[in-house]
Design a protein around this ligand. Structure first.
Ligand SMILES: Nc1ncnc2c1ncn2[C@@H]1O[C@H](COP(=O)(O)OP(=O)(O)OP(=O)(O)O)[C@@H](O)[C@H]1O
Ligand SMILES: [Mg+2]
Length: 496
């Protein structure tokens, strides 16, 4: 019976310093299927897959691959057994070429590198995935989306028969996502079994065959997707029904707060818009459209080349993030790993980093008790799943790290809040919590600029939207005009 399964994981347990990440998990994977693995932030998805790849040793349980007990425990062993994994956070070597990254494990096994053969082999893998990227480029020079493709090529080049993708589309544009789905379907037709982790329900229902749902280290449901609905999956994930995804906002936009005219800088030019008190203004654009550069220039993180910025009617000349913060701006950055967090520092220290005054005495002495109290307040406010606030941030799950980035900024005081992809990698329950906080802030008169590439979120949350592409403003839409179609029309066509 069990023979039919590609992977059987039974009774898997794993704990980290007291936190039970997996409490006896059963997981079954068929040959040639795409299997969705879903659950709240911190549910144990990545941990379970790291056990399967050999990156983590389990505390108890059994793993069988093609019916035979698999003695995992090291990533090398996982690879030998045909398990390829693309981790949630990138693991590429920036200074090497794409080809070297793809074949890194097989380089120099006999002390000689056959460059020509190496490049040809790597190029074949990339072409096989349907992408046209020169494998001689350095990884540091390619876009995030391409890095994702390289990660997948790397996992596949070892002839994986089990491919694990841990939130691969978080940084992809819709077009690239479609390409990835085509690739996944082609691999499935060749008999590869794919585990697909994502927080995006539409993606799961469009590309996956079966689903396993986790909550707090346990499986709460598993079966063919046809026997579930998006609502029933969410309910099993969060343990309750989710009534509204986008909570209504009573606040109406008020007086002018932030006005930008003719702003130019690295990767964008001639950008103009007005943000009002209590308004949520969306900036819709794809990865690489210049959207992040625009808000960084406004905040003072990047230099501007031209243009004017007014705050409450007064022209400002913000030249550094420090000045931006003093003028009442706050920016929740897109990239938590590089800009948002100090990974080796504790959760509470990270949360107090931009609130130093709140947690220190007048002469700048840090008050540990206050720091801890602040951390506990923020952890509760955003339901961060953290064992102890003194643990390093890197021990948190991916989505919970993102919550820490958001939490630390929410404790600061500001008039304009800039959020760059605030809900990327965050589970549905926490998304609603973030939306509720946005509404509360708007009701207090804060103006919010929200960058997002998720159309649903833009349509559900914004009072108005500016669409950007290739560093240019393609047009603006009012709340009444907002629809998937009207936004995408601006992306491809543009109107002024
Ligand atoms: N290396 C580690 N050290 C300590 N705790 C860890 C470690 N890795 C994971 N954990 C804990 O194990 C639990 C499960 O984490 P995991 O990363 O598997 O969650 P996840 O389901 O992948 O969540 P997300 O959707 O946020 O990525 C979390 O409570 C997390 O804090
Ligand atoms: Mg994870």
């Amino acid at each position: 019976m069990g023979q039919a399964y590609r992977v059987q994981m039974q009774g898997i347990q794993k704990a980290f310093a007291g936190i039970k990440a997996l409490r006896g998990v059963d997981f079954f994977l068929l040959p040639g299927e795409i299997h969705a693995l879903v659950g709240e932030n911190g549910a144990g998805k990545s941990t379970l897959m790291k056990v399967l790849s050999g990156a983590y040793a389990m505390d108890a349980g059994e793993v069988r691959i093609d019916g035979k007990p698999a003695l995992l425990g090291t990533p090398r062993r996982g690879k030998e057994l045909g398990v390829g994994i693309v981790y949630q956070e990138f693991e590429l070597a920036d200074d090497l070429t794409i080809a070297e990254n793809i074949l890194i494990d097989r380089l120099g096994r006999h002390g000689i590198v056959h460059w020509k053969a190496l490049f040809a082999k790597a190029q074949a893998v990339i072409h096989g995935l349907g992408f046209d990227i020169d494998v001689r480029s350095l990884v540091r020079d390619i876009s995030v989306a391409y890095k994702q493709v390289v990660e997948i090529a790397k996992a596949l080049s070892a002839d994986a028969k089990i491919l694990i993708l841990d939130e691969p589309t978080a940084v992809l544009t819709p077009t690239e996502t479609h390409k990835l789905f085509e690739t996944m379907r082609a691999l499935k037709a060749q008999g590869v079994s794919i585990v697909y982790i994502s927080h995006r329900m539409e993606e799961i229902f469009s590309v996956c065959d079966r689903v396993t749902i986790m909550r707090d280290g346990e499986v709460t449901g598993s079966g063919p997707l046809a026997s579930f609905t998006p609502d029933s999956v969410v309910e099993l994930m969060i343990g309750r029904k989710l009534s509204t995804m986008y909570p209504p906002r009573n606040a109406r936009p008020g007086a002018e707060l932030l006005r930008v005219e003719g702003l130019s800088g690295r990767a964008f030019s001639d950008i103009g818009f007005t943000l009002h008190k209590g308004e949520v203004l969306g900036i819709f654009g794809l990865v690489g459209s210049g959207r992040t550069e625009i808000v960084r220039a406004i905040f003072g993180a990047d230099a501007r080349k031209g243009g004017k910025v007014w705050l409450s009617g007064r022209e400002t000349h913000i030249r550094s993030p420090h000045q931006g913060m003093r003028q009442g701006l706050a920016l929740i950055p897109e990239n938590r790993k590089e800009q948002g967090l100090v990974l080796d520092q504790s959760i509470s220290r990270n949360m107090s980093l931009c609130n130093i005054r709140r947690v220190s005495q007048p002469r700048g002495i840090l008050r540990r008790r206050k720091e801890r109290a602040l951390a506990e307040e923020l952890i509760a406010r955003l339901s961060v799943k953290a064992g102890n606030p003194i643990n390093p941030v890197k021990t948190l799950s991916g989505g919970n790290q993102q919550k820490v980035v958001i939490a630390k900024w929410l404790a600061a005081s500001f008039q304009v809040l800039i959020m760059d992809e605030p809900t990327r990698g965050v589970d549905v329950g926490a998304k609603v919590e973030i939306y509720q906080i946005m509404n509360q802030l708007a009701a207090q008169g804060v103006g919010i600029l929200m960058i997002s590439s998720e159309l649903n979120e833009i349509i559900g949350m914004c009072d108005a939207v500016m669409v950007v592409d290739k560093g240019r403003k393609m047009g603006a839409l009012s709340k009444e005009e907002l629809s998937e179609k009207s936004i995408m029309k601006l992306v491809v066509g543009g109107k002024q």
